[in-house]
Design a protein around this ligand. Structure first.
Ligand code: AVJ
Length: 321
């Protein structure tokens, strides 16, 4: 069960989104326990290249990443925003521990189930690692970590999670992160790069239909948490790539005209035949976009790490004065 304040924010956002034209829902609500499980399934799909690319970067360039994080002192706290199952981070942690780094790991996630699974796995694999898993909103938690005993922080925001934000939201997000960072702290961000649009569309419209289930799960969540009566058989997942804006977008399409009642909102919404509800944006980046995002948010790029296909970039940022 979610805390009441979060539930009412969810209710308010659903009301706002379904009252808008075109209608939309926010992808930030995808990650209930079932959504987190489905996303882990997505990460194992052959079409979803993002995870494999980031994993390749971590596996082949661990020493370079460690050298850049350590920056003359191998004492630092790793804080991961949206840790999920932590599989990729485990590659880094394993290497850092072998190099006798004095680190703590604080995974932050909205799903308690995902955090529990991660904690269990890391405790078994790295018995000596100090861990502080936290469930909840990034910023509430980050504020509480601001002066964390004077230890240096390396914030991780991996998996191209940033792609779900508009440019404006991204700058606000990075500026907010900057406020809780000290001058020597670092920010490590995963960006999915621009590439052949066919490759991108396949990643968001997989042949096994896992992405479709992931998208539809938000309707199930509304049914359960807000007393909705969405009939999932009336909806299809539809994904496109807009090459002029370098963004993948996903929609749920209503096959027939019908009404949906949502008790918590005390409202009924009408959907037309073939009406689309906009669900998610997944932005793809060029290096100049990454540079200008950093500059506009008060950061400078310290070092970029790429996979062998140049599909993906993990970018390490430091604060500018
Ligand atoms: C977790 C936001 C990085 O946009 O690629 C995967 C979510 N959506 N398939 C992405 C997602 C559909 C994913 N992120």
């Amino acid at each position: 069960m979610q805390p009441a304040s979060e539930l009412s924010q969810f209710a308010a956002d659903v009301l706002h989104g379904l009252s808008a034209r075109p209608k939309h829902l926010s992808s930030k609500y995808f990650y209930d326990d079932e959504g987190s499980r489905l996303f882990q399934e997505i990460m194992r799909l052959p079409e979803y290249y993002l995870t494999a690319c980031e994993k390749e970067i971590f596996e082949t360039q661990t020493e370079g990443i460690f050298a850049a994080f350590a920056n003359c002192s191998n004492t630092f706290d790793l804080i991961e925003l949206g840790a999920g199952d932590g599989t990729k981070t485990a590659i880094l942690v394993s290497h850092f521990l072998k190099r006798n780094a004095d680190i703590t790991y604080s995974p932050i996630d909205i799903s308690q189930e995902a955090l529990d699974a991660l904690s269990e796995k890391f405790t078994a694999e790295f018995p000596s690692l100090r861990m502080q898993p936290r469930r909840g909103d990034y910023f509430d938690i980050l504020r509480s970590l601001k002066n964390g005993g004077g230890r240096r922080k390396v914030l991780l925001f991996l998996g191209s999670n940033i792609g779900n934000f508009t440019r404006e939201q991204s700058v606000t997000f990075f500026q907010d992160l900057r406020k809780v960072m000290n001058p020597n702290d670092l920010l490590f961000i995963g960006f999915d790069l621009q590439k052949d649009p066919h490759v991108i569309v396949r990643a968001y419209d997989d042949s096994q239909g896992v992405t479709a289930r992931f998208n539809l799960n938000l309707l199930t969540r509304i049914n359960r948490e807000l007393g909705g009566n969405f009939d999932l058989t009336k909806w299809t997942h539809y994904a496109i790539y807009r090459p002029t804006e370098f963004s993948a977008r996903s929609f749920l399409i209503s096959h027939e005209q019908h009404n949906v009642r949502i008790d918590a909102l005390d409202r009924t919404f009408q959907f037309d035949r073939w009406e689309a509800v906009f669900m998610e944006i997944s932005q793809k980046y060029s290096l100049s976009m990454i540079e200008s995002l950093a500059a506009d948010s008060g950061f400078a790029i310290k070092q970029n790490f790429f996979d062998s296909k140049n599909y993906y970039c993990d970018s390490l940022w430091q604060l500018t004065e």
